[in-house]
Structures are given as structure tokens and as C-alpha cells.
Write a protein that binds this ligand. Structure first.
Ligand code: FES
Length: 104
């Protein structure tokens, strides 16, 4: 496992996201209403909309382009839609967010 320190938890808005770039990969780090953190590729499994610009509700983000709901924990499209984007393991320690870049 390779954990990388990313940012302070407080720098991510509640029910919002922050983007980090790792090489060519753009990862959206979301914070839900209860303070949970999720890290997911910033690419919608439908037509590559930027999930970081979507609306967060529960543990789901709604893509801003065509309103697909994507589960932040699994990266799976919900409802009648199908597709999946990569998610990354994350953890919070001492107020800092860490990501594990090995994809799940
Ligand atoms: S690109 Fe996300 S719903 Fe179409």
C-alpha cells in the first residue's frame, strides 16, 4: 500500500469536492454531509462529465451533464444506468486526507 498525504480535511467543502491531479489522473475528493471522504476519478462513466461539478447527496454525486447518479463508494452508476469509474481508498488521520493510489 502506498498512502499519500493530499490535503487538510477542512479544505474540502461539505457536500462539495476538491480536485487533485496525479500525473494524468484527475481525482475528485468529495466530502459528504456527515464528513465522510470519498475519492473517485473525476470522470462520469456515461460521457466523461466532471463529477466534481455535480451535486452531492447522501453518498452519491449527480453528474452535471445528464444527471446520472454515481455511488461515491463504489463508483457505480445507480438506477437504470450502468457503468463504473475508479474509486480510491482514502483515510483521515490528524485532520489530513490520505489516498491509496492502488485502485479498488
Ligand atoms: S456525462 Fe455524466 S451523466 Fe452523462
Amino acid at each position: 500500500m502506498a498512502w499519500y498525504k493530499i490535503t487538510e480535511v477542512e479544505s474540502i467543502p461539505s457536500m462539495g469536492s476538491r480536485i487533485v491531479k496525479i500525473g494524468e489522473i484527475e481525482i475528485a475528493i468529495f466530502k459528504t454531509k456527515d464528513g465522510s471522504i470519498f475519492a473517485i476519478n473525476n470522470i462520469c462513466p456515461h460521457k466523461q462529465g466532471k463529477l466534481s461539478e455535480g451535486l452531492v447527496h447522501e453518498n452519491v454525486v449527480t453528474c452535471p451533464l445528464h444527471n446520472w447518479d454515481v455511488d461515491l463508494a463504489s463508483g457505480e452508476a445507480l438506477g437504470n444506468d450502468s457503468g463504473c469509474t475508479n474509486v480510491y481508498e482514502s483515510k483521515i488521520e490528524d485532520g489530513l486526507v490520505y489516498l491509496n493510489f492502488i485502485t479498488k
